[in-house]
Write a protein of this length. Sequence first.
Length: 131
Amino acid sequence: MTVVSSGFEESALGTGQGAGIIGLRVAVYPGAFDLDTPEKLRKNTEEVLFPQVVKALTESASMGKVETIEPGVREIIFKGTFEQVNNYFYKKQWSDGLPIIPPTVEKVKEFLQYCYVKIIYGLFRKNQSHK
């Protein structure tokens, strides 16, 4: 169970699924907590938020069909113009609204040619350093 401001429901569900929490219950506060007066905060909490919390904690969760949120490494998740791609990322809350340059396989390969970082594949045990 988590509480978020309106507009952050998808992010909360995605974060929950990424952490292995399937069917996370989300209560949504209307608007932003810190922008409301103490009176409006109390009213919204009592009239809007508490009923959602009670419902989430007392009713059976509907697991439904679980979808994978993470795309494959080379999976194309959206095709479109520069503006369409930016709008898509913004609506998914993957961008703060500043323009993004969609990464293509070619652009990533070009970028990696100029990286001086040696990529190491492998696992490290706890307390094991990698020098």
